[in-house]
Design a protein around this ligand. Structure first.
Ligand SMILES: C[S@@+](CC[C@H](N)C(=O)[O-])C[C@H]1O[C@@H](n2cnc3c(N)ncnc32)[C@H](O)[C@@H]1O
Length: 211
């Protein structure tokens, strides 16, 4: 069973317990994990789990799963999630791109959250960015009709690129995010707001009646 808190195993640089291994390319059984069927929200790149825990606390009727690729951040998330003592939040060590493609069923997410994804600022690193056209298409297909996809980045080049990219994915419509309640902030968001950095925000909705 995952998310039972610190395992007591030494926090080394390599996975030391089964839950610390990267989730392989196979379906994830949300109902078995949470012990119920409820609207699902997925966050990719949970960092220190601030958003994940606050969002789960605010919406107990939804189930929240965070996926975090880095082992050290995964451990941090896992231990914080366990300490929060909520039944509707979990965290998994997984690569978000592989996870959404292979573990999440089409049309199954009420919401997807990606906040401050690694910007990979150098030109030759750009192909490592999580959010590209293929990812957006797959993400759109994993949302329920009317399901929401929220993104935030402080990186101007990433933000500008997304401005154009989100218009190229027909199943997603862009909403005015200022007209909707803001989600709980992440750690990066708090830090960047303090520094006064501009932030690009995207609120996308999966259109009804489209594959
Ligand atoms: C810049 S941090 C932002 C953390 C958090 N979302 C926040 O706003 O405070 C990016 C996080 O995404 C994680 N990450 C990067 N690529 C990922 C991937 N492909 N799958 C899952 N997590 C990823 C990193 O390990 C890191 O924790």
């Amino acid at each position: 069973m995952w998310n039972q808190g610190s395992t007591g195993i030494s926090p080394g640089r390599f996975p030391g317990a089964p839950d610390e291994e990267l989730w392989p390319a196979r379906p994830f059984d949300f109902a078995a994990h949470f012990g119920r069927v409820a609207p699902l929200e997925l966050e990719i790149g949970s960092g220190k789990a601030r958003f994940l825990i606050a969002a789960a606390r605010a919406a107990p009727e939804h189930d929240f799963l965070g996926v975090e690729r880095s082992l050290s951040y995964y451990r941090l998330c896992r231990d914080r999630v366990a300490r929060a003592g909520l039944r509707n939040v979990g965290v998994l060590r997984a690569d978000g791109r592989l996870f959404i493609e292979t573990a999440v069923a089409p049309g199954s997410l009420r919401a997807l959250h990606v906040y401050f994804p690694d910007p990979w600022p150098k030109k030759k690193q750009k192909k490592r960015r999580l959010l590209d056209g293929v990812f957006l298409e797959i993400a759109a297909s994993r949302l329920e009709e009317g399901g929401l996809f929220r993104i935030a980045t402080d990186h101007p080049d990433y933000g500008r690129e997304l401005d154009t990219l989100v218009e190229t994915v027909p199943p997603l419509e862009r909403l005015d995010e200022t007209a909707h309640a803001a989600p709980p902030p992440t750690n990066y968001e708090i830090k960047y707001a303090r520094e006064g950095r501009p932030i690009w925000r995207f609120l996308l909705r999966r259109r009804a009646g489209r594959p």
